[in-house]
Design a protein around this ligand. Sequence first.
Ligand code: NAD
Ligand code: UDP
Length: 339
Amino acid sequence: MNILVTGGTGFIGSHTVVELINNGHNAILMDNLINSSEIVLKRIEKITGIMPTFYKVDMLDKEKLGEIFDKEHIDCVIHFAGLKAVGESVKEPYKYYNNNLCGSLNLIEAMNRHGVKNIIFSSSATVYGKNVIVPITEECPKGECTNPYGWTKSMLEQIFCDIQKADEKWNVVLLRYFNPIGAHPSGLIGEDPNGIPNNLMPFITQVAIGKLKELGIFGNDYDTPDGTGVRDYIHVVDLAKAHVKALKKIEDNSGLSIYNLGTGNGYSVLDVVKSFEKVNGIKIPYSFKPRRAGDIASCYASANKAYSELGWKAEFDIDDMVRDSWNFQKKNPNGYGDQ
Ligand code: NAD
Ligand code: UDP
């Protein structure tokens, strides 16, 4: 298939492009590079032998977005583009609603105009809200999000559902990611956050490389086995492969489909630290801090639906994830900024 990958140079987008190419698809990338680097394109070429077509376009620019659809024959869109920093979204909600909602509405308009009615959308477990019962199944109702970023995901899910309901020619797959970490085993592509990382794994790798002094663990008094927060970490390559499998729903004209993408296993912050130390032989100094606002004790998926309907399940375990995250950090101490 010819697949437009918005946000294609980003963390999850780039890994998905590799898997798409490996499976014989033609990936056309679009990104405004606000949170990624063009160097990723060369890295994708190094891994796959193919330099994908790339459009440096902002999805807020309707005209340029439309031009991509004029030029390319697109069968399906995988929509990763968006801003994703939870804390920043609390401080600058307009920026998040404008970029993620208006940008996606522009995309939908361009798709409609060009008769492209197939989309796979990057959603998040955050749409389930705070009052979850684990493991979370797709039947669990959506809940109150704790920040504007989360609301953009929840609202966009609603928008895609309504559009599909109004026009049955649309095929929509909503993928709710749990906690993607890891990197391509080659160490050529991985996560390269701007500034001090908010997420656990990049924080740990930056402590390991000596950029940050110690990890602050947000809370050790949760109702979990060791008191620290439990999450469902998933290797980004497994996540990427799920997108290739999800294309089956597009090919089958399945209408609306929703899947959790996680391993189904919960690991605490201390489990992740211990695994990192054991696998990579590096000590991670840490101290306990107060709970972080908006965090919940435990969040992990039931991954059964994706297995039974898509034949997908995660293959990598937590040790693989911490090994590959460190491998990318080690080979790219300053992220893509080194090149
Ligand atoms: P990322 O920031 O690495 O990738 C997103 C890409 O979108 C970036 O390359 C950025 O430059 C691009 N972008 C942002 N606004 C744009 C615009 N207006 N026009 C064009 N490009 C634009 O993030 P990621 O971790 O790869 O996440 C991909 C998607 O998955 C996002 O939608 C994110 O919200 C979602 N998601 C991520 C996680 C996670 O933990 N990483 C979890 C759940 C959902
Ligand atoms: N966490 C932590 N210290 C950090 C970053 C995260 O203790 O510097 C914890 C956080 O409280 C949560 C887990 O690690 O329990 C995963 O957090 P992350 O921000 O990576 O993902 P999310 O909050 O979206 O699940």
